[in-house]
Design a binder for this molecule. Structure first.
Ligand SMILES: *Cc1c(COP(=O)(O)O)cnc(C)c1O
Length: 460
C-alpha cells in the first residue's frame, strides 16, 4: 500500500487576506443592473439585502482584502485545510500524472461553504443584523450558514428547496441543531412562494424560487439581511482562501499545477482554488489550464447563453450578465443538488467568455463511478457535486497515461459525501439514471430572458 502524502500548513500561515480577481481582469465586467430601472446598481440599492462590509467587497477592485481577525479565528477551527497527493489513485490509474487535491470536507459542515458563511455572518454581526435569511438546495449552504449563525449569535432562516427538504432530513436536522429555522420552499410565508403554489400546487421547488422567498423576507425587515452561498463576487472572494493556501502547499510539495479543476454550481469552490492562480496568469505569469466541470443535466456554461438575467425566479434580484439557462428553468432532480442552478457566477462567466476557463459537462452516472474509484483509492467519499471534479481529474490523468505526459493536476475536493448516502445507495442499487437536459424547457426559459441593451461600446 502506498503512503498517503499530505501537506499541512502551520496555523501561522493561514492567509491574512483574500484575493480579489477584479483587480486583474483584462476587461471590465458588465455592470450589475437594477431589476426595475435597468440602471447600474448602487450600494444604496443593495443595502436592504446585504451589510455594508459585504457590499463594499462586492464592488471592490482592491487586489488584497484583509481577512478580519474574528474570521481568521473561526477559520482556525479547520483551516488551513490539508492538501493531499493522490498517490494511491495515481497507482490505480497507472498514470504518470501527479494528482493533488485540496480537501475542504474537513470543515464542520463538510464542505467549502463555511469559508464564506463565517465571513458573511461576521459582517452582519458587526453591523447589528439580528437575522439572516437564505435558501439552500442540497442543504450544504443552509448547514454552513446555520453553523456561522451560531458562532456569531445571529438567527438564521433557511428556505430549503422542497424536494431536498423531504429527501434530506439529516441536513434539516443539522441546521436545526445549530438553532436555524428551516422552511420548505415554495412556502406560503412569502408572496413569491404563494404565487408559485397557486400555479403549481405540487411544485417541488428550485433554488431560483427559494432565493425569491429569502430575498423577499429580508427586504421586508429592518433587522434582517440576506446571504447567498455562491455566485456573487464577495462569495468567490472569500473562497480564495483555499487557492492561497494551496499555492503554499504546492510549493511545500515542490510542484506546480498545470491543470486546475473544480466543479461548478454557482462557481465559488472552483473560483476559490483557481483565481489566485489565474490572477498570476492575468498579471503576466505562468499560463495554466482551468477546467470548470458541470452536470450535463444543468449545463450552464457549456449550453447556456451569456446574457443579462435574474438570479431568481421571482425577478427580485439585480440583473447580472452571466451564463444562464433562463431564470424559469428548473433542472431535473439529479443527485448533485448543489449544482442545480440556472445561472453562473458573473466573474466565472466573464472569464469563460474571454477564453481563460474551459467548461466541461459530465453525466451523473460516470461521476458516481469516478467518485467510488476515488473513494476506494483515497479513503474519502466525495460529495456528489465534487464527483464532477474527480471525474475530470481522472480523465486528465488517463489522458496522460495515453500520451506519456507527466502533468500536474490539482482539483478541489470541495466536500465529503457523508450526508449523501442516499445518493450512493441509489447508485449502488443501480437505480440512478442519467437525466437528459430538457432542451425545449431551456429554450422556453431563454426566450423569457429580460431585454437589456448591450453595454455601451459593445456589439449586440
Ligand atoms: C454548494 C456546493 C457546490 C456548488 O457550489 P459552488 O459555488 O459552485 O462551489 C459544490 N460542491 C459542494 C460540496 C457544495 O456544497
Amino acid at each position: 500500500m502506498t503512503d498517503t502524502v499530505k501537506f499541512l500548513l502551520d496555523e501561522s500561515r493561514l492567509p491574512r487576506h483574500w484575493y480579489n480577481i477584479n483587480a486583474d481582469l483584462p476587461e471590465p465586467m458588465a455592470p450589475v443592473l437594477h431589476p426595475g430601472t435597468h440602471r447600474p446598481v448602487t450600494p444604496d440599492d443593495l443595502a436592504p439585502l446585504f451589510p455594508h462590509g459585504v457590499i463594499e467587497q462586492e464592488m471592490s477592485t482592491e487586489r488584497e482584502i484583509d481577512i478580519p481577525e474574528p474570521v481568521r479565528t473561526a477559520y482556525r477551527q479547520w483551516r488551513p485545510s490539508p492538501l493531499y497527493r493522490a498517490r494511491r489513485l495515481e497507482n490505480a490509474l497507472g498514470t504518470p500524472a501527479r494528482i493533488y487535491y485540496k480537501y475542504e470536507g474537513v470543515s464542520p459542515a463538510g464542505s467549502h461553504k463555511p469559508n464564506t458563511a463565517v465571513a458573511q455572518a461576521f459582517y452582519n454581526h458587526r453591523e447589528g443584523v439580528r437575522r439572516i435569511t437564505t435558501e439552500t438546495g442540497a442543504g450544504q449552504w443552509g448547514s454552513s450558514l446555520a453553523l456561522a449563525g451560531a458562532m456569531f449569535g445571529i438567527d438564521i432562516s433557511v428556505y430549503m428547496v422542497k424536494v431536498s427538504f423531504w429527501q434530506k432530513p439529516y441536513r434539516r436536522a443539522f441546521m436545526e441543531s445549530f438553532g436555524a429555522e428551516c422552511i420548505a420552499s415554495p412556502s406560503d410565508t412569502t408572496a413569491a412562494g404563494r404565487a408559485v403554489l397557486a400555479e403549481h400546487p405540487d411544485s417541488t421547488g428550485s433554488l431560483g424560487i427559494a432565493i425569491s422567498e429569502a430575498v423577499e423576507m429580508a427586504a421586508q425587515r429592518e433587522d434582517t439581511r440576506y446571504a447567498l452561498g455562491s455566485v456573487l463576487n464577495h462569495v468567490l472572494l472569500h473562497q480564495t482562501v483555499t487557492g492561497l493556501e494551496a499555492r503554499e502547499q504546492m510549493a511545500m510539495a515542490d510542484d506546480d499545477p498545470d491543470v486546475i479543476i473544480g466543479c461548478t454550481g454557482g462557481g465559488s469552490n472552483f473560483a476559490g482554488l483557481a483565481f489566485p492562480y489565474l490572477g498570476e496568469q492575468l498579471r503576466g505569469g505562468r499560463q495554466r489550464q482551468f477546467i470548470a466541470v458541470e452536470p450535463a443535466a444543468c449545463p450552464t456554461l457549456t449550453k447556456g447563453r451569456f446574457a443579462y438575467d435574474f438570479g431568481d425566479t421571482g425577478h427580485l434580484t439585480p440583473l447580472t450578465r452571466m451564463h444562464t439557462l433562463g431564470s424559469s428553468f428548473v433542472p431535473p432532480g439529479f443527485h448533485a443538488g448543489g449544482l442545480r442552478y440556472h445561472g453562473m457566477a458573473p466573474q466565472i462567466s466573464h472569464l469563460t467568455h474571454l477564453g481563460y476557463i474551459r467548461p466541461r459537462a459530465y453525466n451523473q452516472l460516470e461521476c458516481f463511478a469516478a467518485g467510488l474509484e476515488f473513494a476506494r483509492a483515497e479513503g474519502i467519499i466525495p460529495a456528489p457535486e465534487a464527483n464532477h471534479a474527480v471525474k475530470a481529474a481522472m480523465d486528465e490523468a488517463v489522458r496522460c497515461r495515453e500520451s506519456g505526459e507527466s502533468r500536474v493536476i490539482l482539483f478541489n475536493l470541495c466536500g465529503h459525501g457523508n450526508f449523501d448516502m442516499q445518493a450512493y445507495t441509489d447508485y449502488l442499487a443501480g437505480e440512478l439514471r442519467d437525466q437528459a437536459y430538457a432542451e425545449d424547457e431551456a429554450s422556453m426559459a431563454l426566450a423569457g430572458l429580460p431585454t437589456v441593451g448591450p453595454p455601451a461600446g459593445e456589439q449586440p
